[in-house]
Design a protein around this ligand. Structure first.
Ligand code: TXE
Length: 497
C-alpha cells in the first residue's frame, strides 16, 4: 500500500468572479477513498450561496457579457482552457485519483478527454448554424440558435472533471451563463477547472460554482425561476426528483442517468476478445460507470467456458490505491457507496445467485481504511432478481445464459434502463440486427466503452432524456428561434378600413 501524504487543500466556491466561503462558514471533509484520510476541506454551500450564484449568472446573462461576444472570442477562451488543462494535466490526474480513487492511468485519460472536449466545442461554435426556409411570398423565414440562458449544471462523482466538462464546455460555447454544482464527494478537480476559467479571463458572473448537498444547493438551483435549464448527470432517483421540481418553472431538462447495460456474447465471437472486453466493460472504474456492462449475456454453448475464463481473469485484476504502480482497479468512491455495493452482494447471495469470483471487501495489506471490493461476478441468476434489475454501480457483474437471438434481445431489453449495450459476434449481419433491437442510446459491436466527443451520449427509457456531446449535446444548450421577415412592407388589409 502506497502512503500518500498531501497537505489538506482548502476549496472555496466561485461566485460572481470571487472565491467565496459558505455563508455560514461550514466546511465539508473530502476523503481519499484509498486511505479514508481527509485530503481537502470544501466550503459547504447554503441556499443563500446558491441564490447569490444564480443572481450573478442571471445578471451576466441579461447584460450579454458572454452571449453577445463574438463566437470567435468564446472559441478562443475554450482553446485557452484546453491548453491550460494540458499544462496542468499531471497535477489534475493525481488530484482526480486522490479524490475519486480511480487508477492514475484512468485519471490521465479523463484529463486528456476533458481538454479534447473543450477543443471540440471551440471548433463547433464558429461553424455555420441556422437555416432559411422558402415560405409564401413576400415572406422569408429563418431559424437562428440562441443560448438557453442561465443553466444549472449538476454532476456526479464518478468522473469529477470529465462530467463537469461535458456540460461546461458546450454550455459556455453556446453563450449561456452557468451555476455549476460538483458532487459533494469530489469537488477538487472541478475547483481547479474554475481556477483555470479565471486565469483564462472569463468575465465575472458567467460561470459560478456552488458546492454542497444535493437536497439543499441542488434543490435551490432546480427550483429557481431565474434558472432556465437543468443539465444533470447522476442517479435515476435523483433525476426523477429534479424533473418533477423543474416542472414548476417549466425548465428545459437534460438528464443522463443510471444504467444496467447488457453485453451480449454470441458463440461465434472471438472468445478471448469477448472475455477481455467483458472484464473491461464492468471493472473499469470499479464499475462506477453509468454505461458499465453489468449484465453479461452469454450463448449457451460457450457459457461454461466463458464463466470459467472470466472468473480466472477477474481474480488476477490488481486492486489497490490508484497511485500505486501497477494498480488496475481502485477503491469505491466513499464509505456510503461501499456499503451500498456490499449490501447488493449480500442481496445477490440471499436471492440464490452464486458468486464465481470476488464477493468481499478487501481489508488486508493496509486496505482496511479504504473502500476496496474484489471484482465480483454472479451466475445462476434469473431476470427478476434485484441484482439483475437494479444498478449496483460497483465491480459486480451478473452473467446470464441465453439460447437464441430472440431470447438474448428479450433479456437485454428486460430492465427499466436503456443506456448502453454491446454485441460480440463475428457474424456482422447478426451483430447489427441485434444492436438495432436494443432499446439503448449507446452501443458497440465487438467493443465496449470507447466514447467520442463527436458522438451523442445518452439513454432511452429511465436512463435519461437528451444527449451529451457532439452536435446533439450542443443543441441541448440552445433555444431555437424562427424569424419571419416581410420583404414587401405594405398593409395586410385583413380588416376593412
Ligand atoms: O447520486 P446522486 P449518488 C447512481 C448510482 C449510485 C446512485 C446514487 O447507482 O449508486 O446513483 O449515487 C446531486 N437536487 N449514479 O447518491 O444523488 C448530488 O449532490 C439536485 C449514476 O451519489 O444522483 C450530486 O452532485 N441535485 C451516475 C449529483 O446529484 C442533487 C453517477 C449526483 O448524485 C439532488 C452517480 C437534488 N435533490 C450515481 N440530490 C451516472 N449516471 O453516471 C443529489 N443531487
Amino acid at each position: 500500500m502506497v502512503e500518500v501524504k498531501v497537505d489538506t487543500l482548502e476549496l472555496n466556491m466561485y461566485i460572481d468572479g470571487q472565491w467565496t466561503k459558505s455563508s455560514n462558514n461550514d466546511m465539508r471533509s473530502v476523503i481519499n477513498p484509498a486511505t479514508g484520510e481527509e485530503i481537502a476541506r470544501a466550503s459547504e454551500g447554503t441556499v443563500e450561496d446558491a441564490k447569490k450564484a444564480i443572481q450573478a449568472a442571471r445578471n451576466a446573462f441579461d447584460t450579454g457579457v458572454w452571449s453577445e461576444v463574438p463566437a470567435t472570442e468564446r472559441a478562443n477562451f475554450l482553446l485557452k482552457v484546453a491548453d491550460k488543462i494540458d499544462e496542468h494535466a499531471e497535477e489534475l490526474a493525481r488530484l482526480e485519483t486522490l479524490d475519486n480513487g480511480k487508477p492514475l492511468r484512468e485519471a490521465e485519460a479523463d484529463i486528456a478527454d476533458a481538454a479534447a472536449c473543450f477543443r471540440y466545442y471551440a471548433g463547433i461554435v464558429t461553424k455555420p448554424d441556422g437555416e432559411t426556409y422558402h415560405v409564401a411570398d413576400p415572406m422569408q423565414a429563418m431559424v437562428v440558435r440562441e443560448p438557453v440562458g442561465v443553466c444549472g449544471l449538476i454532476v456526479p462523482w464518478n468522473f469529477p472533471l470529465l462530467m463537469s466538462v461535458w456540460k461546461l464546455a458546450p454550455a459556455l460555447a453556446a453563450g449561456n451563463t452557468v451555476v455549476f454544482k460538483p458532487s459533494e464527494v469530489t469537488p477538487i478537480t472541478p475547483t481547479k477547472l474554475f481556477e483555470i476559467f479565471e486565469e483564462a479571463g472569463l468575465p465575472k458572473g458567467v460561470a459560478n460554482m456552488v458546492m454542497g448537498a444535493g437536497n439543499i444547493v441542488g434543490d435551490a438551483i432546480t427550483e429557481s425561476p431565474d434558472v432556465d435549464m437543468i443539465s444533470f448527470t447522476g442517479g435515476t432517483k435523483t433525476g426523477k426528483h429534479i424533473m418533477k421540481k423543474a416542472a414548476d418553472t417549466m425548465k428545459k431538462v437534460s438528464l443522463e442517468l443510471g444504467g444496467k447495460s447488457p453485453n451480449i456474447i454470441f458463440a461465434d465471437a472471438d472468445f478471448e476478445v469477448a472475455v477481455d472486453f467483458a472484464l473491461f466493460g464492468i471493472y473499469c472504474g470499479a464499475g462506477q460507470v453509468c454505461s458499465a456492462g453489468s449484465r453479461i449475456l452469454v450463448e449457451e454453448s460457450i457459457y461454461e467456458r466463458f464463466v470459467n475464463r472470466f472468473a480466472e481473469r477477474a481474480k488476477q485484476i490488481k486492486v489497490g490505491s490508484g497511485l500505486a504502480e501497477g494498480t488496475e482497479m481502485g477503491p469505491l468512491v466513499s464509505q456510503q457507496h461501499l456499503e451500498k455495493v456490499l449490501n447488493y452482494i449480500e442481496i445477490g447471495k440471499e436471492e440464490g445467485a452464486r458468486v464465481i469470483c470476488g464477493g468481499n471487501r478487501i481489508t488486508e495489506n493496509g486496505y482496511d481504511k479504504g473502500y476496496f471490493v474484489e471484482p465480483t461476478a454472479f451466475v445462476d441468476v434469473d431476470q427478476n432478481m434485484r441484482i439483475v434489475q437494479e444498478e449496483i454501480f460497483g465491480p459486480v457483474a451478473v452473467i446470464q445464459k441465453f439460447r437464441t437471438e430472440e431470447e438474448a434481445i428479450q433479456l437485454a431489453n428486460g430492465t427499466k434502463y436503456g443506456l448502453a449495450g454491446a454485441v460480440f459476434s463475428n457474424d456482422g449481419t447478426k451483430a447489427l440486427r441485434v444492436i438495432k433491437k436494443l432499446r439503448s442510446g449507446i452501443t458497440w459491436i465487438n467493443s465496449y466503452h470507447p466514447t467520442y466527443n463527436e458522438a451523442p451520449w445518452g439513454g432511452y427509457k429511465e436512463s435519461g432524456i437528451g444527449r451529451s456531446l457532439g452536435t446533439y449535446g450542443f443543441d441541448e444548450f440552445q433555444e431555437i428561434k424562427q424569424i419571419n421577415i416581410n420583404l414587401q412592407v405594405e398593409p395586410v388589409q385583413w380588416f376593412e378600413k
